[in-house]
Ligand binder design. Structure first.
Ligand code: FAD
Length: 367
């Protein structure tokens, strides 16, 4: 019998283990993942500084010190564009590296890691059964196609589809995160994120509605928006992104969802690592709260903690994502960010972490 079983050892799962063990190092925490680490994950590899702030709060520091910080951010859409320095640098680190280091940090804190593909979850009045294993509490951190979410009966979120690859960095896109919005339905954009080691993570993604684009379609859009981006590219991998809505609310009970399993990806930018780490840590802490209180319901403290951090942000992001489907509003936002560093900074906070709609942003995007 484990105190906590965490299904999935990506950023959400490793953070759940870290959150629980930071609150109570004596807890028995089992991390299950279908893959051995290091393992790859389709991603743009963009890591916001806020992720490192959260991890520092549970004693995990220096994780990316040997990778180049990226200070320049370029965003284009046809004739409108912005090219500015970020208030705080971001990082572009392959998930083979980042996720492995994070899972090692969870193991160093006391979590046990076992390779296993979970197939079944049984929730009754007593402990939760995860296949033939049992725990007082379970965190479903098993990504976009979560079986824990399915077993809980939580409806899937609207999804985007994106492909990423690694390609040599051309000089004009060096030391920058470059995003080029498509001319059609939003959100749809191509990116080129310089890792700082001669390669860039390049990719293209769009909201799924109606027909599903093929791999060839996605690569064609990437090349159209960022000419030359696919040259010399390899390790192409497409994956779904479940997009967060304004009304996300965790369920009560012993099973919590975190990260992509909870349907938490920023609908403006496709960023999900911040939410994964934030909700993973809060899920772990909420389970420690429930165990301390002798309660079988970790969902209530989890709801309280996540609501404090994310409610307003998710509402505001959903609104901006909806508004930015209008060409006029999207262009107005890009022009305003180009003209004013503070508006640029506000948009970055909204798109990469837990920022909200500020007055100056509202003045920009509302007619
Ligand atoms: C192409 C693309 C580009 C993206 N770019 C960015 C970006 O630049 N920045 C950003 O912040 N976010 C980005 N995202 C989103 C980001 O990748 C996810 O939000 C993030 O990986 C979520 O972490 P997670 O731990 O919730 O899930 P994952 O990282 O998917 O981890 C889930 C883990 O669960 C394991 N698992 C799954 N099923 C089972 C099972 N049945 N049993 C056991 N283990 C299981 C998997 O092996 C995996 O290790 C991008 C996504 C895509 C697809």
């Amino acid at each position: 019998m484990w105190d906590v079983i965490v299904v999935g050892a990506g950023p959400a799962g490793a953070s759940a283990a870290l959150g629980a063990l930071a609150a109570d190092p004596s807890l028995s925490v089992l991390l299950l993942d279908r893959h051995d680490f290091p393992r790859d994950k389709a991603c743009g590899d963009g890591i916001a500084p806020h992720v490192l702030d959260l991890l520092a709060g549970v004693g995990v520091t220096g994780l990316l010190d040997d990778w180049m910080p990226v200070r320049r951010f370029v965003l284009n859409r046809g004739a409108a564009g912005v090219d500015r320095e970020l208030a705080r640098p971001t990082w572009v680190v392959p998930r083979t590296v980042f996720d492995h280091r994070l899972v090692e940090a969870a193991q160093a804190a006391g979590a046990h890691l076992i390779r296993r593909r979970v197939r079944d979850l049984t929730i009754g009045s007593g402990p939760v059964a995860v296949d033939d294993l049992h725990a007082r509490f379970v965190v479903g951190a098993d990504g976009a196609h979560s079986i824990v979410r399915r077993e809980l009966g939580v409806k899937p979120a609207p999804v985007a589809l994106a492909i990423r690859g690694y390609a040599p960095t051309p000089p004009e896109r060096a030391a920058a995160q470059v995003i080029a919005y498509g001319p059609g339905r939003q959100p749809s954009y191509a990116w080129s994120f310089d890792r700082g080691d001669g390669l860039s993570n390049v990719g293209y993604g769009e909201l799924l509605a109606g027909t599903r684009p093929t791999r060839a379609d996605l690569l064609k859009h990437l090349e159209e928006l960022l000419p030359g981006a696919t040259e010399g590219g390899e390790s192409w991998w497409g994956h779904h992104l479940p997009l967060a809505g304004w009304n996300w609310r965790p369920q009560r009970g012993p099973v919590l969802l975190a990260g992509d399993a909870a349907g938490l990806i920023n609908p403006m930018t496709g960023e999900g690592i911040y939410y994964a780490v934030a909700t993973g840590l809060l899920a772990g802490r909420s389970i420690a709260d429930a165990l301390r209180a002798g309660s079988g319901d970790a969902g209530t403290p989890y709801r309280r903690r996540t609501s404090r951090l994310l409610s307003r942000h998710l509402r505001d992001t959903a609104l901006v994502a909806q508004l930015s489907r209008s060409d006029r509003i999207l262009d107005a936002g890009i022009r305003a960010a180009s003209a004013d560093q503070l508006i640029f900074d506000d948009l970055v906070e909204l798109g990469l972490a837990d920022g909200g709609l500020t007055r100056r942003l509202l003045r920009t995007i509302l007619p």
